[in-house]
Design a protein around this ligand. Structure first.
Ligand SMILES: [Zn+2]
Length: 340
């Protein structure tokens, strides 16, 4: 009997080792341990033995049953590992689906493009909070207490003197409070106005402002800076012109027009037949703003300008509705893949 067990052990372990597939291994398991398996048959034969022999033979058979079970489990793991390795290396499998790359939204892309142009002119960049104190958004910028822009019609007030900033200009004040001239900065960011949305208005949009303060800065420096920016951003030589305007924080103040890129100045639907497109507001920093930030009287002059990033992006890419930037329609956004 012990010989039969030893033979079954050697044969069984060999057959388990040789099983090349899960199906073959299952067949070996049934042949050894199944209801009609060889080990099962030996166990049933215990009743035919002398009672004195039964405990030792029974123990040996049970031990072999456990050994077969362990060997079967081990072989099953080997086959699974082999299968995985083979799948990784199977060059006939179909390839992975193409990787779908996202695309940058046109507004931050244009924002960064504008910043890059000013970095090239030696400007630094600063940013400030979107939830702002009324002092920084209006008072320090020389807005009179009764100025209509402070009105609830235009401004989202969050408290008596806290609001969503209506312009990026408060960052100019915050930066000048911390730094002494000479300085040259751009201030990009999101701003909010209490306006009804239409094709050219949105209650939130992006602005970028610029500020340069030094001794003997004049409107000529502003003109040169504007011309350099327009040439870099829109390409080519584009005539610009200054029109007198009013802003509380600059004196004199101007609005800057660029010759219409569509019609070259002859007049078309985009420029309202005028031949010119308004691209920014600008001017020389008002002495009251310097006073608010503690700069000494008459020591410095400076210019500031502000542009709507949405508007510049619309002009550059011929987009006729500002709401497209905020609706997140993928058909619109995907057009900018590879463009920006
Ligand atoms: Zn035109």
């Amino acid at each position: 009997m012990h010989e039969a067990i030893a033979r079954l052990r050697a044969e069984g372990l060999a057959r388990i080792d040789q099983a090349a597939t899960n199906e073959a291994l299952e067949a070996v398991r049934l042949a050894l341990l199944g209801r009609k398996g060889e080990l099962t048959r030996l166990l049933r034969g215990l009743v035919d033995l002398e009672p004195a022999q039964r405990p030792a033979v029974g123990a040996a058979l049970n031990e072999l049953k456990l050994e077969f079970g362990a060997a079967l489990g081990r072989r099953q793991s080997e086959l699974a590992e082999h299968h995985t390795a083979a799948a990784v290396c199977d060059l006939t499998l179909p390839g992975l689906p193409p990787v779908v790359l996202g695309t940058a939204h046109p507004l931050p892309s244009v924002l960064e493009e504008i910043c890059d142009i000013f970095y090239g002119m030696g400007y630094d960049r600063d940013e400030g909070p979107e939830v702002e104190l009324e002092y920084y958004n209006f008072t320090a910028l020389n807005f009179p207490p009764d100025h209509p822009a402070r009105d609830l019609q235009d401004t989202f007030f969050l408290g008596t003197d806290i609001l969503l900033r209506t312009q990026t200009s408060p960052v100019q004040v915050r930066t000048m409070e911390r730094r002494s001239p000479p300085l040259a900065y751009v201030f990009p960011g999101r701003v909010y106005r209490n306006e009804n949305a239409d094709a050219s208005h949105s209650s939130e949009f992006f602005q970028i402002e610029g500020l340069r303060v030094d001794r003997d800065i004049s409107l000529v420096d502003l003109r040169e800076t504007v011309a350099a920016f327009v040439g870099s951003f829109f390409g080519g030589e584009r005539p610009t012109r200054f029109r007198p305007h009013y802003f509380p924080f600059t004196e004199p103040s101007v609005e800057v027009d660029m010759q219409c890129m569509k019609c070259g100045g002859r007049g078309c639907g985009i420029c309202g037949q005028s031949g010119w497109l308004e691209i920014m507001g600008a001017g020389m920093v008002h002495p009251n703003v310097f006073k608010a930030v503690g700069y000494p009287d008459d020591a410095y002059t400076g210019f500031a300008f502000g542009m709507g990033i949405d508007r510049l992006a619309m002009l550059k890419y011929g987009i006729d509705d500002i709401r497209l930037f905020y609706e997140n329609d993928l058909r619109f956004l995907r057009q900018f893949r590879g463009v920006l």
